[in-house]
Write a protein that binds this ligand. Structure first.
Ligand code: ADP
Length: 381
């Protein structure tokens, strides 16, 4: 896939679109690094430490009660939907929010673009307190993609994607060039660009919504189960694409999902919410490590381990496990370094060998064993 790092790098703020996808506007601080971790947590950001300085999103002791509005506008019995949340998100991080339904994920996400206000504590966006932001300007600064696709029905696909650029007053030729670049990135066939949203499949519409969000220069992108309405195959390719685009453009993404595998695949930092509390924050390996809270252990259980095996490539652990001395001794099967650990285990089961030779670019580059996968899962190197 060709990714143009120039996609979505300029523009100035103007009026909002009123759509549930993105509005426009620019913010400072686009990230030149764009480095992002993987399921193994090979990312300096995964633990919340960051060489780039201040967090771009910072929850400080943030709580939320939805008042159901009695005479005083308050309801003493209303539950705490978010309870003293402390969370720092740094530029270029891909944060995935997981948790049981009603745990507060969407509420947390909506606080970032001011759709929900905190009852207690504060939220800082790009160094400025939420309540000090001009709310229209804030929403223009942050892309927002939700599960319910809401493209403009009376506009062609091309115009939908170009919308934010057109209200930013960018020249048509420049906007169209960017639309084509994004169409290529998101594998939207050129022939679709002149069509109207109702003439596209659900998956194609969702790609257009993502393209529209990426078309502006917003450095923060919020995504609330953006791929759940599309089928499994499209979902896999969309998440691959969003990950590549995020890494190429260095955007900060906060992404709500109920899918552990999706969360591990995309997230450099995984945040698990339950009843308004952060139960866990860290990378996939840490999520599976002993010593986590009971809820965290129950939540990830075997599904978490299977997800880890499915999103981690042999290449990801090869550098720690490369053992050329044993390579010649490997009599069992061979496997490509780009395959997942899950594929490796399947090959071991098929061949009856607990050690496999690993090929990189067609040549045997080392070996991987059941023991090395086990040690890696336990967090060893
Ligand atoms: P999640 O995204 O994890 O499913 P939500 O943030 O949507 O959780 O909801 C957390 C809790 O807040 C739920 O109990 C939900 O019913 C409640 N809630 C969400 N939005 C509102 C609202 N606008 N008014 C009152 N309660 C709400």
């Amino acid at each position: 896939m060709v990714i143009n790092p120039q996609v979505g790098t300029s523009g100035s703020s103007s009026s909002s679109s009123g759509s549930s996808s993105s509005t426009n506007g620019n913010v400072n601080g686009t990230n030149a690094n764009g480095t992002n971790g993987n399921a193994n947590g090979t990312n300096a950001n995964a633990n919340g430490t960051n060489a780039n300085g201040e967090p771009v999103i910072h929850f400080k002791g943030t709580s939320k009660v939805y008042s159901s509005g009695n005479a005083n506008g308050t309801n003493a019995n209303a539950p705490l939907v978010l309870d003293n949340i402390n969370l720092a998100i740094y530029q270029g991080e891909f944060v995935t929010l997981l948790g049981s339904s009603g745990g507060g994920k969407t509420t947390l996400l909506k606080m970032i673009n001011g759709l929900v206000e905190p009852t207690d504590g504060s939220v800082y966006i790009l160094g400025k307190k939420l309540k000090d932001w001009n709310i229209i300007e804030l929403r223009r600064s942050i892309g927002y993609v939700v599960q319910q696709i809401s493209l403009f029905p009376h506009m062609s696909v091309e115009k939908n994607i170009a919308y934010t650029m057109s209200i930013q007053g960018q020249p048509l030729a420049k906007s169209l060039k960017r639309v084509w670049e994004l169409a290529e990135v998101l594998r939207l066939d050129m022939s679709l660009l002149k069509r109207y949203p109702h003439e596209l499949s659900g998956g194609q519409q969702q790609r257009v919504a993502v393209a529209r969000a990426l078309a502006s220069d917003q450095s923060i992108l919020l995504m609330d189960e953006p791929f759940s309405a599309v089928d499994e195959i499209v979902r896999h390719s969309l998440r691959q694409e969003i990950k590549e685009v995020q890494q190429a453009l260095g955007k900060t993404i906060v992404f709500v999902t109920h899918d552990i595998e999706e969360a591990f695949f995309l997230g450099s930092k995984i945040v698990l919410l339950s009843n308004g509390h952060i139960e866990f924050s860290g990378n996939a390996l840490q999520a599976l490590s002993p010593g986590q809270s009971e809820f965290t252990q129950r939540f990830f259980k075997t599904k978490g381990f299977a997800a880890y095996l499915s999103v981690t490539t042999i290449e990801d652990i090869l550098e720690h496990e490369l053992n050329t001395e044993t390579t010649t001794a490997v009599q069992g099967g061979t496997i490509d370094a780009q395959e997942t650990l899950m594929a490796g285990l399947q090959t071991m089961l098929k061949t009856g060998s607990d050690t496999l030779a690993v090929r990189r670019n067609g040549k045997v580059a080392g070996s991987i064993s059941m023991g090395s996968i086990y040690r890696r899962q336990k967090g060893g190197t």
